[in-house]
Design a protein around this ligand. Structure first.
Ligand code: NAI
Length: 497
């Protein structure tokens, strides 16, 4: 059977393979899991629908899952985040462009939203599964929760017997989802119920997707068990913070090449991502101002030496504005209209609603000039500011308000993603190998779980050698004194790091 896939240019596979080879060297956690589990094949029988930025690092994750026995179909979780050479290399695998023997990937940089939701559907639509559900997907690996959302919405509307008509409040993107599900329902009224019935679990990568899962669980609507990978310490305290510390300036530099030193940078949100963003910008010599709604995070920012202000107070000071909140409507069109000429506006939170792009496009007389793909100058005519006459001026918006570190650069580097993806791999093994009833009891209910701390410590341990870290060993005597096991875990679950 010919391999199904859709990527930008399959001839890029060799360039992708070279990068994957180098990334493997920088991903000791994933490579150690291949050595540990390659022979026992714990993921044999798992058919994973993966929705996560199709980068070089993700290619190493995909090939690790396959090395552990899984079958995989993959899409990106963002329209701009695919590295086309990585996608091509994963498709070609050990074959040739004419005869690819790799993995079905449906991802390219610069998808339209319609194409994006088509790719999401492809990873969940396995050949022959409409006739025989036992060949359909049985696991989801998600980033941001879109694959999980599609399944849940599909099931909800099949139970209701119809897909509702869109309302005026529905976003353009939600209307596309409704359209996809409406077509499905006309052709196969039980498609999503059947798919959901086969899914044994989902492992979720990011803060935003985890938030969605907890909401579903609280409402009693979660259809399968979920592991919250984000809140593994070796994920959120590393990828979100140190990853963004690397990839945020990378994105700003590739997009604009402005000197960050001496500029005023406003970082909205001082959670894990915000902390990494602020540190990176300060490291480049910017004066950083933080905005926060949480008094604890605001106090942390102040103690770390940052000015903490409301966005409205610093609109005229900022040269760069970066959102990191995971919330919505953080930077509105009226804010952008009041910024300095050529202020740079970008987002590294998961979804594009942190910056009000629809509001920006609706400003009377505003013009959008493409500087290059994923870099746009929005020119405001004179006098559209909130506080009186303002001459014609513009802001530079990166990646159309979507994750700029992936849209304008290549996302987090391999070493930090090795931590995140080792957690993902362990979560998939955990959910898959414990999927069945054990002595009448299910190991995991339809709830959201975090991985045990001992596995978190294992992920960290796998990365120490590569950095030449000498870890001190607790003596038996010391361990007894502290009430610990020599082998860990070393901290209580509530410890915050
Ligand atoms: P977090 O919850 O640790 O931090 C978010 C912070 O934003 C919180 O401290 C919150 O109080 C603050 N906040 C919320 N609304 C605000 C508002 N209106 N104004 C100012 N501050 C506000 O979450 P985390 O882990 O930092 O993640 C943030 C976002 O970044 C999420 O959407 C997550 O999925 C995404 N993410 C993006 C990555 C990337 O590569 N670009 C990597 C990891 C996470």
């Amino acid at each position: 059977m010919t391999l199904e896939y859709k990527v930008k240019d399959i001839s890029l596979h060799e360039a992708g393979r070279h990068q994957i080879r180098l990334a493997e060297h920088e991903m000791p956690g994933l490579m150690a899991l291949r050595s540990e589990f390659g022979a026992s094949q714990p993921l044999a029988g798992a058919r994973i629908a993966g929705s996560l930025h199709m980068t070089v690092q993700t290619a190493v994750l995909i090939e690790t899952l396959v090395a552990l026995g899984a079958q995989v179909r993959w899409a990106s979780c963002n329209i701009f985040s695919t590295q086309d050479e990585a996608a091509a290399a994963v498709v070609v695998g050990a074959g040739t462009p004419e005869n690819p023997q790799g993995i079905p990937v449906f991802a390219w940089k610069g998808e339209t939203l319609e194409e994006y939701w088509w790719t999401a559907e492809q990873i969940l639509t396995w050949p022959g599964a409409d006739q025989d559900p036992s060949v359909g997907p049985n696991m989801i690996l998600d980033d941001g929760g879109d694959a999980t959302l599609l399944v849940h919405k599909g099931v909800e509307f099949e139970a209701a017997g119809a897909v509702p008509a869109a309302t005026d409040e529905d976003s353009h993107e939600y209307r596309i989802i409704l359209d996809v599900l409406r077509v499905d329902q006309a052709v196969d009224p039980q498609k999503w119920t059947r798919i959901a019935g086969g899914i044994k679990g989902v492992s979720e990568e990011t803060t935003t997707g985890v938030h969605r899962l907890y909401q579903l669980a609280e409402q009693g609507k979660l259809l399968f068990p979920a592991i919250n990978v984000n809140d593994a310490v070796t994920k959120s305290k590393f990828d979100n913070k140190y990853g963004i510390r690397h990839s945020l300036p990378d994105g700003i530099n590739r997009a604009t090449d402005v000197l960050i030193g001496g500029k005023v940078a406003v970082v909205c949100g001082y959670g894990d991502v915000g902390k990494g963003a602020a540190e990176a910008l300060r490291g480049q010599g910017a004066r950083v101002i933080v905005t926060e709604i949480d008094p604890i995070c605001a106090l942390q920012a102040a103690m770390d030496g940052y000015q903490v202000a409301r966005l409205e107070s610093v609109l005229r000071q900022g040269d760069l504005f970066i959102t990191t909140t995971g919330g919505k409507d953080i930077i509105l069109a009226a804010h952008m209209a009041s910024m300095k000429d050529k202020a740079i506006v970008g987002n590294v939170g998961h979804f594009d609603n942190e910056i009000d792009m629809a509001g920006l496009a609706a400003v009377p007389g505003v013009r959008k000039v493409e500087i290059k793909p994923q870099v746009h100058e929005w020119v405001f005519p004179a006098s559209t500011g909130v506080d009186g006459a303002v001459p014609e001026h513009s802001v530079i918006v990166l990646s159309e308000g979507r994750l700029l570190n992936l849209g304008n650069a290549t996302g987090h580097p391999s070493f930090v993603m090795s931590n995140s993806f080792a957690n993902q791999t362990i979560a998939q093994i955990e959910l898959w190998t414990k999927r069945d009833q054990i002595a009448g009891e299910r190991e995991y209910e339809n709830q959201v779980y975090v991985l045990p701390k001992i596995l978190d410590e294992k992920v960290a341990r796998l990365h120490l050698g590569a950095l030449g870290v000498e870890l001190t060993e607790l003596t038996k005597d010391q361990a007894e004194y502290l009430g610990l096991d020599v082998a860990g875990p070393y901290k209580a679950d509530h410890y915050r790091y």
